[in-house]
Ligand binder design. Structure first.
Ligand SMILES: CC(C)(COP(=O)(O)OP(=O)(O)OC[C@H]1O[C@@H](n2cnc3c(N)ncnc32)[C@H](O)[C@@H]1OP(=O)(O)O)[C@@H](O)C(=O)NCCC(=O)NCCS
Length: 168
């Protein structure tokens, strides 16, 4: 994807971000892997409610989008202040998955984190009650995020899998 651009999002991208998220995953699919009903990316109204200014959410997270020929086809959310979950969210549009959008978004954040003096970048995914990892687990491993075998219990049936990548 030679003309793929990664750039900071703006509030004007909110409808596209929601569209990408809604098209990429069904609520049925994520059931058992995430907190039920707790997702501001599922409607324009709820995402606007937590949007602060520029590309910032009101919890300090920064949003970046992947744009191809003027169309938003993915987004990533970076939480610089978190120790164990820098990459708070990442979604590539359903029809664009498997074409390098996710890799481009993560590599962009890796460069950004490095330019800010960080030597490690973190994220997490989950496994369900049967111990089956969420389908993006293989993506993170492919992107060289390390799974140290830690599984963190939650108040729900799923467990959190912390993932870490050394940037040096
Ligand atoms: C996870 C996600 C962002 C990956 O984006 P993508 O654009 O499809 O991934 P890419 O095409 O950039 O893939 C990068 C590499 O990872 C590999 N990969 C992608 N998804 C994979 C998977 N599920 N399992 C194993 N490898 C995977 C690709 O083959 C590719 O390898 P290569 O560079 O050697 O060819 C995308 O599948 C998505 O939006 N999923 C739904 C949302 C989601 O689950 N987010 C993560 C929450 S933890």
């Amino acid at each position: 994807m030679t003309s793929l651009v990664i750039r900071p999002a703006s509030v004007r991208d909110v409808p596209s971000i929601v569209e990408v998220r809604l098209g990429a995953l069904t609520e049925n699919e994520v059931s058992g892997f995430s907190v039920p009903g707790d997702n501001p990316y599922l409607s324009v109204e709820s995402l606007l409610e937590i949007w602060d200014s520029q590309n910032l959410l009101n919890d300090g997270c920064e949003v970046f989008v992947a744009e191809l020929e003027g169309r938003v086809i993915g987004f990533i959310v970076y939480n610089m202040k978190s120790v164990d979950d820098n990459i708070d969210n990442i979604v590539a549009a359903k029809e664009e998955q498997g074409k390098g959008v996710g890799r481009a978004l993560v590599e962009y954040l890796e460069k950004l984190a490095k330019s800010r003096g960080f030597s490690v970048i973190t994220t997490d995914t989950t496994e369900n009650a049967e111990g089956v990892p969420w389908k993006a687990y293989g993506f993170w491993r492919k992107m060289s995020f390390e799974d140290k075998g830690v599984r963190l219990s939650t108040e729900y049936d799923f467990k959190v899998i912390p993932l870490t990548k050394n940037l040096n």
